[in-house]
Design a protein around this ligand. Structure first.
Ligand code: G3D
Ligand code: MG
Length: 176
């Protein structure tokens, strides 16, 4: 049984649902810290597996989506990221997911990501085809999950998936 503390980020355009996803995931059980200087909220939650406890330090870009200048210290030391887009607004997926990925990996190298199509509950307003996103995710490659921060659908799974990917990558690099 091991305990690990890992930093993860939520990236994506304004209003795609990053903060809502975090709030849905952590519900009552959170500690929140605010880094005023860099405009970032930090939340903490444990993910428990059969073998390990992973304490996630979850960094929310918190309204600084347009200010690249602030983001160097945001990215530093992170082990993984959720890249979130809004299923009702196509440009938040294409081209903007690629832009977020380039910026992220430019700072961190190729850390694990999970791609999130959020607001799946708004079925009538949907503007992005699942097959198109899946084809994109297969190329990267990364896991693609459709969530609703409103109903909670697949939200826990998304965070667990990323936590496991980050842990596996860390354990792998320790073995080398
Ligand atoms: P951000 O942190 O990425 O900027 P927010 O996004 O979490 O602030 O969410 C932006 C708006 O989208 C919010 O609406 C929020 O309630 C809504 N939203 C987030 N996720 C979902 C979802 O899965 N389904 C639906 N239907 N709405 C969602 P308001 O009106 O408060 O600005
Ligand atoms: Mg936000």
């Amino acid at each position: 049984m091991g305990s690990f503390k890992l930093k993860m980020l939520l990236l994506g355009d304004a209003a795609v649902g990053k903060t809502s996803l975090i709030k849905q995931f952590i519900k009552g059980s959170f500690a929140k810290d605010y880094k005023m200087t860099i405009g970032t909220d930090i939340f903490t939650k444990d993910v428990v597996t059969n073998e390990h406890t992973i304490t996630l330090s979850i960094w929310d870009i918190a309204g600084q989506e347009r200010f690249k200048f602030f983001r160097q210290s945001f990215y530093r030391g992170s082990s993984g990221a959720m890249v979130v887009f809004d299923l009702t607004r196509y440009t938040t997926f294409n081209p903007n997911v690629v832009n977020w990925l380039k910026e992220l990996w430019g700072f961190t190298g190729r850390i694990p990501i999970v791609l999130i199509g959020n607001k799946v509950d708004l079925a009538d307003l949907r503007n992005v085809r699942k097959a198109d996103v899946q084809a994109f995710a297969d190329k990267i490659p990364c896991k693609y999950i459709e969530t609703s921060a409103k109903t909670g659908e697949h939200v826990d799974e998304a965070f667990r998936e990323l936590a496991m990917a980050m842990l596996n990558k860390m354990l792998e690099s320790q073995r080398k």
